[in-house]
Design a protein around this ligand. Structure first.
Ligand SMILES: C[S@@+](CC[C@H](N)C(=O)[O-])C[C@H]1O[C@@H](n2cnc3c(N)ncnc32)[C@H](O)[C@@H]1O
Length: 251
């Protein structure tokens, strides 16, 4: 591969991630959240996951075979409750989307959206995204990566759990095709600057925003039309909070 530092397998155990095992070069970017699935989410989960779930296994997948066609492939990391994911896939049916999420009720909610909207271009992998990218996605296989509102891990002692750090960004960049994009968004200003710094320092990526731009927004991108405003974001904007988009392209 192209010299990108791979994140080492977390366990020495065929890459199967074991909860709570830190210190193996593996970002533990989430905690298992309590939260029960609603009956509807559970029903849609049971109905849809056998059809559209991509089961984690530590071996590379052929994405064209998974979707049964050659179309642009976009990965979304941390789909949450899936509203944004479903809207984007619905509005862009010529693209194929892979949503990766560990939160089971969120996966159930996204299954409901996929069924109700009749989305044939969206698959879900319910697993740690670091391992999915590392183990399953071939180099230069993606046209885009979305990382929208990743957990900010506000406290300084937790910052190491943030997804957007040099080793994982190098790994993500290695999975992008030349010209493919990595799009991060956050409402946490300090994380926004970390995103900008980490992506700027990755030699295989180039900021999509060029030319003069005005501080303090220098280097940040305007929100592209394909990223819909979330309810949460709308409320934040009304309260005067900022949102930052960082969009880089693979050289
Ligand atoms: C703050 S939420 C944002 C969700 C959604 N993108 C949005 O904009 O509403 C972050 C999500 O990322 C998920 N997440 C964090 N680390 C992850 C990982 N390593 N693999 C898969 N999902 C992850 C969490 O479970 C959570 O649902």
């Amino acid at each position: 591969m192209s010299g990108a530092p791979l994140i080492e397998p977390g366990t020495g155990d065929e890459g199967i991630y074991v909860e709570g095992r830190e210190g193996y070069g593996h970002i533990k970017s989430y905690v298992r959240r309590a939260g029960r699935m609603s009956a509807a989410q559970a029903n849609y989960y049971a109905e849809m996951m056998p059809k559209i779930g991509l089961v984690y296994a530590p071996q590379q997948v052929d994405l064209a075979a998974v979707y049964g066609r050659n179309a642009p492939k976009i990965l979304e990391i941390g789909t949450g409750m899936g509203e944004t994911t479903a809207k984007i896939a619905d509005a862009n049916r010529d693209n194929d989307y892979l949503g990766v999420e560990v939160h089971v009720p969120g996966v159930g909610a996204l299954c409901k959206q996929i069924a109700e909207r009749g989305l044939g271009n969206l698959r879900i992998c319910q697993h740690d995204a670091v391992e999915v990218v590392r183990d399953m996605l071939p180099e230069a296989s993606l046209d885009g990566v979305h990382v929208f509102f990743p957990d900010p891990w506000h406290k300084a002692r937790h910052n190491k759990r943030r997804l957007i750090q040099p080793p994982f960004v190098a790994l993500l960049a290695s999975r992008l095709k030349p010209g493919g994009y990595l799009h991060c968004a956050t409402d946490w200003e300090e994380y926004a600057h970390q995103m900008l710094e980490v992506l700027s320092d990755e030699p295989s990526l180039l900021n999509s925003v060029s030319g003069p731009s005005v501080e303090p927004m220098a280097g940040f991108a305007p929100r592209p039309d394909y990223r819909p405003l979330t309810k949460f974001e709308n409320r934040g904007i009304r309260l005067g909070h900022g949102v930052w988009d960082v969009i880089f392209k693979k050289r």
